[in-house]
Design a protein around this ligand. Structure first.
Ligand code: HEC
Length: 183
């Protein structure tokens, strides 16, 4: 590469060394890297605007713990917790519309099966009492057992959804059956 710049004094065996400027593409890379590095350091390590590797690890661990918790057996506490979990309720509602609405009505107001919105219960009002009748059914009375068809997770989700129907007294509901839930 030739240059207008003066030669510096290295000439040896006809090999000349010129005092060239660094090429612009090279300077561009250098400065971009420096600016990026400074920005990265500031973003992740000073201002901590996004989680760094440790933060991502912590988030993944938490997600894992939650997934493990979803494998925990049903209990009153767990079911009441699912009642507050919008994702679980959405899936519970979908399960209900697909599998239960035919007998209990789209609002749970009761058709062949009893009204689930009126506060009266044949098999008990407690979360685990409802879970039991959904999981094991009341087969002789026409309520299928769902644990084997739906699996434990969906039975928990649909039970939590049924808990949200309690006391909604859907209009046009079937007459109460069983005992009133004690307050
Ligand atoms: C084939 C019709 C049918 C389907 C489908 C059905 N049920 Fe039932 N269900 C019944 C009948 C009938 C009863 C009343 C059983 C009895 O008299 O003991 C009942 C009872 C219940 C009870 C107890 C109500 C009480 O008063 O104690 C719950 C809770 C319930 N069903 C939830 C569900 C859920 C959730 C689904 C869907 C996963 C579902 N059922 C699907 C017919 C059905």
């Amino acid at each position: 590469m030739s240059s207008d710049k003066p030669l510096i004094h290295h000439i040896y065996d006809g090999i000349e060394e010129h005092d060239n400027n660094l090429p612009n593409w090279w300077l561009f890379l250098l400065w971009t890297t420096l600016v990026f590095g400074a920005g990265y350091w500031f973003w992740y390590h000073v201002a901590e605007l996004s989680p760094g590797q440790l933060g991502e690890y912590a988030a993944e661990s938490a997600e894992h713990a939650q997934r493990m918790a979803s494998n925990t057996p049903a209990s009153d506490e767990l079911l009441l917790k699912l009642v507050k979990d919008p994702t679980s309720l959405d899936s519970g509602k979908a399960v209900f519309q697909a599998n239960c609405a035919a007998c209990h009505g789209a609002q749970g107001q009761g058709l062949i099966g009893p009204n689930l919105t009126d506060g009266f219960w044949l098999h008990g009002a407690a979360p685990m009492a409802i879970h039991k009748v959904v999981a094991d059914g009341a087969v002789a009375k026409g309520m299928p057992a769902w644990e084997r068809t739906l699996g434990a997770e969906r039975v928990k989700a649909v039970t939590a959804y049924v808990l949200t129907l309690k006391g909604t007294n859907a209009p046009g509901g079937k007459a109460p059956q069983g005992e009133a839930e004690k307050p």
